[in-house]
Design a protein around this ligand. Sequence first.
Ligand code: SF4
Length: 471
Amino acid sequence: MSAKGHDFGRAAARSLDDRESRAILDKAIHHIDLLRQRSVSAMPDFAARRARAVAVRQHSLDHLPELLETLEASVTAAGGQVHFATDAPQAAAIVTGILTARGVRLAVKGKSMVSEEIGLNAALGAAGIEAVETDLGEYIIQLAGQTPSHILAPALHVSKEQVSDLFRDKLGRTSTDIPEMTRIARDSLRRKFLAAEAGITGCNIAIAATGTVVVLENEGNIRLSASCPPVHVALMSLEKVVATLHDAAAVLDILPPSATGQTLPVHLSFFTGSRRDGERDGPTDMHLVILDNGRSDILADPVLRDILRCIRCGACLNVCPVYQAVGGHAYGAVYPGPMGSVLSGLLAGAAGDPRQPFACTHCAACAGACPAGIDHPRLLQELRRRLAAGHADPAAAAFAALARHPWLFDGAAAVARRVDPELSRTAALAPDSAVGRFLRGRRFPGLARPFSRRWREAAKRPANAGKGERS
Ligand code: SF4
């Protein structure tokens, strides 16, 4: 049980029981990953692109303090203001303070995982400011009173029929025709864009040399959020900075293909400071809030700092068998899947279950898909080692004793094989027992005969007599 009380095992068991959500998730996630695979395999130079982007991200981590200083100077020179936040409550207070001081009552928001990380909507709500999500997936999630289940596709777990019911209940209009459903959402959101006094967005990349906030999207809502209202607040975690436009291009080379299978997104926006003299639109008041929230400590860690190379493409979630089985909400944290299993527990006020790294199957599919060259299994192994240090593990001690004494191992294996057929029955009769939870969603193939015994038996048989024996 985590300090915040989240139990991944129980949450995962509940998710596994929800067959409808699993079916929706399964279909959606495989579709996204197929798009990624097609896009990446259509680029013969993808490995070279990836190597360039990894080098850029690594350079950012190696020069982070200088780059952040340059970024602050560039944003200020372009007419914006930079605010550094040590932790989530401070970041939420900074944004709330900016909006309150300007009398803002309504803010439109583009999708931002940092805003989820700092609990911004709740903080704004407490200050009497309405914050409306304008990304379609986020809008659906907000109407449903839920949290995102995926860092890229927040409503991945929701079917169009469920969205249709939601729109009927909340907006008084309904349809299961996707273009019509989009129109319903757009009609409601357009009024908000026009009335909002502030826009809040995330930041995919921040360019230190120019003070530019780069944002990728397919809906145009981020561009409207940043340019319609007079105040624009962009949120970023500190590792998102790169040195130059050229470096940003290297990241843009790999982010859309790995995220949505696109060469480029529909809208690629570069926001630099506030509106200049003679310009007809754009915010007159621009702020960049840079969040640390434990990342400086991660940066100082010689092994785990690699996770800060992440560009939030979501590819590792889509290929992870654990995420595929249980979905994002089971993680109980803003960042789910392999990247979240590493990052969530390291952030200040760590959310989720601290035992999360032990859920990894070490299949390494995440590392294979990651365009930022992050070796999640190695990082998760390191986290496991640190979590286990100083804690006696009775299961590991028992296995070590068995492994050292073959006669004991053979005896235990014989008992286990006798108990084996009972496991599935126990799981069915007591689904909340340890056996029941372990076998939920899994097929137990049964125990094979110990290798040592098979070896001894084979040694006694004439040559070739044992060929074809089933293991
Ligand atoms: S860890 Fe890698 S694959 Fe996962 S979201 Fe980050 S960049 Fe993408």
